[in-house]
Each structure stands twice: as structure tokens, then as C-alpha cells.
Design a protein around this ligand. Sequence first.
Ligand code: UGA
Length: 442
Amino acid sequence: MKVVVIGTGHVGLVTVATLASFGHEVVGYDIDQDKIDEIVGGGSPFYEPGLGDLLDEGLSQGRITFTTDPAKALTGADVAMLCVPTPTGGFNAVGLDLSMVQAAVKTVATHATGPLVLVEKSTVPPGTGDRLDQLIAMYAKDKGITVVSNPEFLREGQAVMDTLQPDRIIVGANDEASHEVMRRLYEPQLIAHPCPYLATNRATAEIIKQASNAFLSTKISFINEIAALCEVVGADVTAVADGMGHDQRIGRAFLNAGLGFGGSCFPKDTLGLDAVFQAHQVNAPIISNLSWSNDEAKSWVMRTLDKAVMALGGMTFAVLGASFKPHTDDVRDSIALFIVESLLDAGAKVRLTDPVALPKAKAVLEDYVRDDHLVYCESAQEAITGADGVILATEWPEYADLNPVDMARWMVGTLVLDGRIQWDGEAFEAAGLTFYQVGRKP
Ligand code: UGA
């Protein structure tokens, strides 16, 4: 089948690579020529383990092409996948800027040469499929374009495996012919890696995506609230999560307490879903309070510092990690950067390090590079050397392996804040360090 993937961001590029690996002819279309040139030249606009190899394979086998020419991309296409960004903003009631979705649909409608299935992959509010139908009716009434919801559930950093071998595939369509096309699209993948395939109506598929993200955000927020209680009563939140997780109805995954959820999905989606409830005048107390709960988790570092020291002015902190989670260079809604900004605003100096995300962090923190208060370091050792305190903000595996005796030697102060429960408190205390950890009594 010929598949066009509109948008070569995180979801788009992974979709291109994986669909090609299952034998489809895939065209990656983007309006950004520089980005396309970078990808075709063997580069990648972001860091995602395993993606480069899979793209190279598809390119060398001739299954993948990239273009900025919409006519070339869409001629003879059976399926067009919408993978464009849906950032916060915009004039609509759900608080998302859907202008890139609208522009992409117009492109598809204008350049499609025959019937095709238009697939919503971008995270969109429930009901978007109906709005896309309206657009198709405006721009391509008689072309036989149908709109399907086929949400992705990939995690950055594990996106390739999540897409090659997903827990499930969800396809929502309001007509049987579209379901048939989608079954053909996924047939080779289901043969290679069988998984549940749920065919639903379109609104149901849209809700499955939003509800899944909201539920995972709820699990994280729930354990973070429990962690705050553990700190007060002297319980161990990791053991609590283990104890809860053994109950098969609960499950251990996504019960890792920390500094809250960041990234391009959960923070935006929790706000977006709340807005959808409000727009429909339906009360949703759990979902409506998720952002508030996450704000509490995000403020753990500043709350802890408030207890540990009298003032932040004149202090230097090493912040380990800039990306919103390990194995990615994505810094969108990164809690690590939120902490850096909070420290700098409070007058502290920051020595920031990350294995891959410093270039993207620098772009976000551009305005903060003043008076030498923010220094970028190539390694954890460089960042920690001369610091009064160390803050573990992102749980990159190399930080978990740091030796507390070495750290004590490198630092001028003794303060250590483990926001991601990576370090053994007793070993740090034995090294003479003053140790604080999420979910643990100081
Ligand atoms: C998330 C979902 O996991 C994917 O299923 C979904 O497809 C994607 O959003 C999306 O909607 O596109 P992602 O944002 O890449 O994927 O990252 P996650 O691994 O889910 O982590 C999100 C945040 O939660 C991170 O800040 C992470 O540190 C935090 N987290 C995660 C915790 O604090 N504790 C946990 O136990 C798990």
C-alpha cells in the first residue's frame, strides 16, 4: 500500500520507519525542506534510539522517500496519516492550536488523486474526526476521502519498539470500507507481532487515546501524592508502590514517584481533556485536578530547599538532567528545566548537564544566560565539581551509577536532592552528604 505520513516529527518519523519495515511504500511529507534534507542526509531532528537504523534500512530498500511536494506525496496514496503537532494555544474551547491539522487536511484534500483513508494520529480532542469530515466536505467533496482515528501510544525513548510491537492497535472508523483498508495496512504487522486489534467507532478511538494518557497521568500523580505522605510518616514510597503493584488490578507500571510528569503529551493532554469536559459542561473532578496535583510534585525541589537552607542567593547547584525523561533529547515541558528556571529566579547559580539534551535546553534557556549564573557542563563530574548542592532531575542511567564518595570529594557543600529515587540514601549519608529523596523522610 502507498502511505503518506504528513509531518516528520517524533510520531511521524517513527510511523514512516515502522510502516516501511512491514513492506509498505511510505512517503514522509513535510513543509520544512531543511528538516527533510537533514533526514535524507542521515541526520535526525531528535534523538530516538533505533530510529536511525530503521530509517536507513527503509531508505536503502527504496521503501521510504521524503518530499516537500504535496502532489508527489499524495498521488496514488491509499492512506494519509496526520502526524502534525497540536501545541497548546489556539482560539478553540479545548485550548489546542489545531491550525497545522487543518492545513494538513487541506493539503490532503487538494492533492489526493482518488479515494483514501485520512488517519488522525496527532493527539486531538474527541470530536476532531467530525470536524475533519467538515473540512473534507469543503475541499474535496467527491474524492471519497474518509476519516479514521488510529491513535499512537508510543513513548519517546522507546518509540520504535512501542510501535513495532504495541500492546494494542486501536482503529476507530464510522464505515466498514475504512476499517477494511486499515486491516490491510496492519495485516503484515499483526502477522509478525500479534497483538489485540480493536475496531471501534471513531469517537471511541479518540476517547481511548485521551483516557489512556489521563489514566497514566493519574497513576503518576497518585503515587506522588502518596510519596509526600511517606516523607512525613517515615514510609518508603518505592516499597509502597511495589506492595500496591503486586495487586494485578493495580499493576506496578507508572507508579514511580518523582518530580511529576513532563513532556509534550501528559501536561498538555490533561489540560486539553479538562477543557473538553468543561466545553461539554460535564464535571470531572479527578481529571480537572491533575495539573494541580502535578504542580505539587514539580515543586518538590523548591519545597525541600526551603527546608534545607536559609537562602538560595550565592549557592551553586549541579542539576543532573535536562530532558523530560531519560533516553530522549526532548525538553518540552521538562521538569528539569522548570527546576533550573526556579533556581535561577531565586538567585542561585546552576551548573546543568545532560548526556544528549543540552543543545535543546540551551535554546529554551536562552534568556537565562546572564551574569554567568547558568553554566552548561559536558559531564556530571564537571557539573558537580564546586557545587554546594546536587539535584538529580532526570534519571539517566549514568547518574544512578555515580559514587557518593566521589561526589562528596567534588562538591564544596553537602546537599543532595534525589528527585527520581535513583540513589541509596544510606550510602550518601555514609559519605557525609545531606541527603533528601522524594518519598523518604529526611
Ligand atoms: C506518553 C505515553 O506514555 C504514551 O503512551 C503516549 O503515546 C504519549 O505520551 C503520547 O501521547 O504521545 P511520553 O510522553 O513519551 O509518552 O513519556 P512517558 O514515558 O509516558 O513519561 C511521561 C512523563 O511521566 C515523564 O515526565 C516521566 O518522567 C513521568 N513518569 C512516568 C513518572 O514520573 N513516573 C512514572 O512511573 C512514569
